[in-house]
Design a protein around this ligand. Structure first.
Ligand SMILES: C[S@@+](CC[C@H](N)C(=O)[O-])C[C@H]1O[C@@H](n2cnc3c(N)ncnc32)[C@H](O)[C@@H]1O
Length: 274
């Protein structure tokens, strides 16, 4: 009996610390961390805590709240960056078909949660394969994410060979160079394709600073982490950036249903601005 009391209070303390992390993450990223993700979150943050020589999650929260831990560092610990090239491939086919119809000139495409770059490079590759003069065109591909570390990785455009294993040979040859020496076993996206992309850090829950229309938005596999009110706000702000006919792609398990009626669903998680 005696030994169970301290254990209980330790458990309570851990839950309280976790609740603080949940609130901080929500405040800064709008990501909702489920109650059963405590171990996952602790594992993610523990490396950073070791670097800072911090023992408890509570101390880590203190650092974040007092501004001694940069918000970039903090959000980098808790975001999930899983992605791959040509994920939900049909979106890239629809993208090319749509641009072929309306013309690629003076268009802006935004990969709004770009992670390590596979999504914006899939966009660039799809366009370059179809539109021969894309490199001299004025098309803009903007790629952004909340996580600066992952954006830096995206801009490097260096991937292990297995990341492109599933692509066909022609596409591999078209878009990637094989690494040598230090980069053996790796591939890099070719420079003209890299140069098509403008990277920036952007938090989707903060006001946008675009001063022109965004013809096509990719917002895939990120709103699953947001609550309903954040999704409603985000999709409505997207609709203000777009004009009738423009496209919005969301992730395979995401939907605008009951969230925003400014778009028509075209099927396949593709939406068109009304
Ligand atoms: C699972 S990845 C999705 C990558 C890519 N869009 C795809 O579908 O493969 C989710 C990305 O969303 C980013 N993210 C999370 N919260 C964000 C926010 N509030 N603003 C911008 N990006 C955010 C994460 O850093 C992460 O890179």
């Amino acid at each position: 009996m005696q030994s169970s009391a301290p254990k209980l209070s330790l458990a309570k303390q851990k839950t309280e610390e976790f609740n603080r992390i949940q609130k901080l993450v929500y405040k800064h990223t709008a990501i909702v961390i489920a109650d059963d993700k405590q171990d996952f979150v602790r594992a993610r943050i523990s490396k950073r805590m070791r670097t800072l020589n911090i023992q408890t999650l509570g101390e880590y929260c203190d650092r974040v709240e007092s501004g001694r831990e940069s918000l970039t560092q903090f959000t980098n610990q808790v975001t999930t960056n899983h992605t791959h090239f040509f994920r939900e491939n049909h979106h890239f086919d629809t993208l090319v078909k749509h641009l072929a119809e309306i013309g690629p000139e003076n268009r802006t495409i935004w990969s709004s949660a770009c992670s390590s770059g596979e999504e914006p490079y899939s966009i660039a590759i799809s366009l370059a394969e179809y539109f021969e003069d894309i490199f001299s065109s004025d098309i803009r591909i903007i790629a952004s994410d909340i996580d600066q570390t992952i954006i830096d990785k995206a801009a490097q455009a260096i991937y292990s060979e297995d990341k492109i294993e599933s692509l066909d040979r022609t596409r591999k040859k078209f878009a990637f160079v094989k690494g040598k020496g230090e980069l053996a076993g790796k591939v890099r996206v070719k420079k003209p394709l890299r140069d098509l992309i403008e990277y920036k850090r952007l938090n989707l829950v903060e006001p946008f600073d675009f001063n022109s229309r965004i013809d096509i938005i990719f917002c895939r596999n990120v709103v699953i982490y947001f609550d309903k009110s954040t999704k409603i706000d985000l999709f409505n702000r997207f609709s203000e950036l777009q004009e009738p006919g423009d496209l919005l792609f969301v992730g395979h398990s995401e939907s605008l249903n009951e969230l925003c009626d400014s778009y028509t669903c075209l099927g396949g998680t593709t939406y068109q601005r009304k």
